[in-house]
Design a protein around this ligand. Structure first.
Ligand code: NAD
Length: 521
């Protein structure tokens, strides 16, 4: 049973609602969001946005209006960047073991508020409660890893590189870092960056997705509760105007971005042009290869979860299954049965297995792409366009397209909805070549009981994340979240040691204290 453990104010807003055939206590979407107005957080103060109105926001599961994002403005961005810049000198000289104390507190607060935050994410994003909790746990994992900064940030040194001369490498923070995030993981993706940025001594301006601002606002409220000094973390809401202002601001030294490939490319180009350090994670089109010797039941279950979990709105979601040889017959049947069996509905209902896509426009787009697939020769053996839900939410049912021709433009299109294409190949090498031709390189997986086939695949495949009998190969926080080709622009990735490298500059000190034993000139 859903039992939020929020603040006492939240608990007073609980309502008994008929859900899933029974009566359950839940926070209504409005009561949750009423506690969290869309505001900016600048220099330790919550301030009302002053820019024009931006996107209208609706609960994806009900169609109910839940707010309006501001467009964001250069003036608001400037105020946030100035606050971050002013906070930087004191924060960078705060000892690292002291800096991470705020992260230990944040971890505890995120865990204490896990149910409340999950309900908030589900309300604004549409994913199921268990998906929201899972997402937050992956985010907390990054907070935990960043608590190890006193070890991770260490440099190295060597005595006597010449007689009496020592050499020392230290890592120092950059200054103000901008973090720009997408709608599909409202909390996890800010947490891919923010903990490392501040633990290494930088100050931050977070610009969350203007389609899901509430979760990030609540996150920053909790960050504020840790007692973090004013200006170390700032929040500006908005869309393109806010992003452009961050990219052009001379005081912003680093930009971390996650979103679609065209915007990632734009952010990378514009940010780099003004000399910033930029890392941009882009879109994806992920393949999974199924061999005839794969375990049929677990393979089907795991691939169904990868394709339809979060309504297919994951950058690691599988979009194309390449069934090898006779795997095509059993896989087609078993995945169709699994897709047809999923319970679609409001993610706040604990029995729901798949929620809606983010907006009505997104639903129309996904349905249009299913139609294109059918026109281009695929057969929709499960067709999510016919889904019948009683609410006004933006639902698309799980869809399986069989036999999409290799020439179809849909083979290259990121659908970002619950649509899985099943195609066929004769060998693992043919599948590897198919993946090689993709413009994206986020992730791929193989399902097999053959070590030799798995070894061949993981060695040769052209993606940055690889799963072997894993459907969503999401690296743990102490590994980089990789991504190749059109799925990533930059050098250092999110998470772990890469994040430490990204948010720091190396300084090398060559040192001599002249004595009789030092080098003579
Ligand atoms: P998006 O590109 O529309 O938006 C991402 C961010 O950029 C948001 O903060 C948004 O406000 C801003 N933005 C949007 N349009 C802009 C523009 N024209 N100029 C400047 N800024 C702009 O992405 P989305 O729809 O929110 O997220 C889904 C996309 O993100 C998918 O393509 C998905 O694959 C990708 N994604 C990738 C990863 C990864 O790790 N590679 C992870 C999650 C999501």
């Amino acid at each position: 049973m859903f039992n939020p453990r929020g603040s006492s104010a939240l608990q007073q807003c609980r309502f008994l609602l008929p859900i899933g055939g029974g009566l359950r206590y839940i926070e209504t979407p409005m009561s949750l969001l009423a506690t969290t107005q869309i505001r900016n957080f600048i220099g330790g103060q919550w301030v009302a946005p002053t820019s024009d109105a931006g996107l209208e926001l609706k609960n994806p599961a009900t169609g109910e209006p839940i707010g309006q994002s501001p467009a964001g403005s250069a003036a608001e961005v400037d105020a946030a960047v100035q606050a971050a810049h002013a906070a930087f000198p004191a924060w960078r000289s705060t000892p690292a073991p002291d800096r991470v104390q705020f992260l230990f507190k944040l971890k505890n607060l995120l865990e204490t508020h896990l149910d409340e935050l999950a309900a908030l994410m589900t309300t604004e994003n549409g994913k199921t409660l268990s998906e929201s909790k899972g997402e937050l746990r992956r985010g907390i994992e990054n907070v935990e890893v960043a608590c190890g900064i006193p070890v991770l940030m260490q440099g190295y040194s060597m005595e006597d590189v010449a007689p009496g001369i020592d050499e020392i490498m230290v890592r120092q923070p950059l200054g103000v870092a901008a973090v720009i995030t997408p709608f599909n993981f409202p909390l996890m993706i800010p947490l891919w960056f923010l903990p490392y940025a501040i633990a290494t001594g930088n100050t931050v301006v977070l610009k969350p997705s203007d389609r899901v601002p509430f979760s990030a606002i609540r996150l920053v409220e909790l960050i504020h509760e840790t007692g973090l000094p004013a200006g170390v973390v700032n929040l500006v809401n908005g869309g393109k105007p806010a992003v452009d202002a961050l990219l052009d601001h001379p005081m912003v030294r680093a930009v971390s971005f996650v979103g679609s490939t065209p915007v990632a490319q734009y952010v990378y180009t514009r940010g780099s042009a003004s000399g910033k350090r930029v890392q941009c994670q882009g879109g994806a089109k992920n393949h999974v290869v199924v061999l005839p010797d794969a375990d049929q039941e677990t393979t089907t279950r795991i691939i169904a979860d990868s394709a339809f979990g979060c309504a297919g709105q994951r950058c690691l979601a599988v979009s194309v299954t390449v069934a090898i040889g006779e795997a095509k017959d059993w896989f087609r049947e078993s995945i169709a049965a699994a897709a047809a069996d999923l319970k679609v509905g409001n993610g706040l209902d604990p029995s729901t297995q798949m929620g809606p896509v983010i907006t009505a426009a997104s639903r129309e787009r996904v349905m249009g792409l299913i139609g294109q697939g059918a026109e281009q020769g695929a057969k929709a053996i499960v067709d999510g366009r016919g889904i019948n839900t009683s609410s006004a939410g933006s639902f698309v049912g799980p869809t399986v397209l069989d036999g999409l021709p290799a020439t179809s433009p849909l083979m290259e299109t990121e659908i970002f909805g619950p649509v899985l294409s099943v195609v066929h190949a004769d060998s693992v090498d043919e599948a590897i070549q198919m993946i090689e031709r993709s413009a994206y390189g986020n992730a791929s997986s193989i399902f097999t009981s053959s070590g030799a086939s798995a070894r061949r695949f993981r060695n040769a495949v052209s993606t940055g994340n690889v799963g072997v009998n894993i459907g969503v190969p999401a690296p743990m926080a102490y590994f980089p979240f990789s991504g190749w080709k059109g799925s990533f622009f930059g050098v250092m990735h999110a998470q772990g040691r890469d994040a430490v490298e990204f948010y720091t500059d190396k300084k090398v000190i060559v040192e001599r204290w002249p004595r009789e034993w030092s080098r003579k000139f």
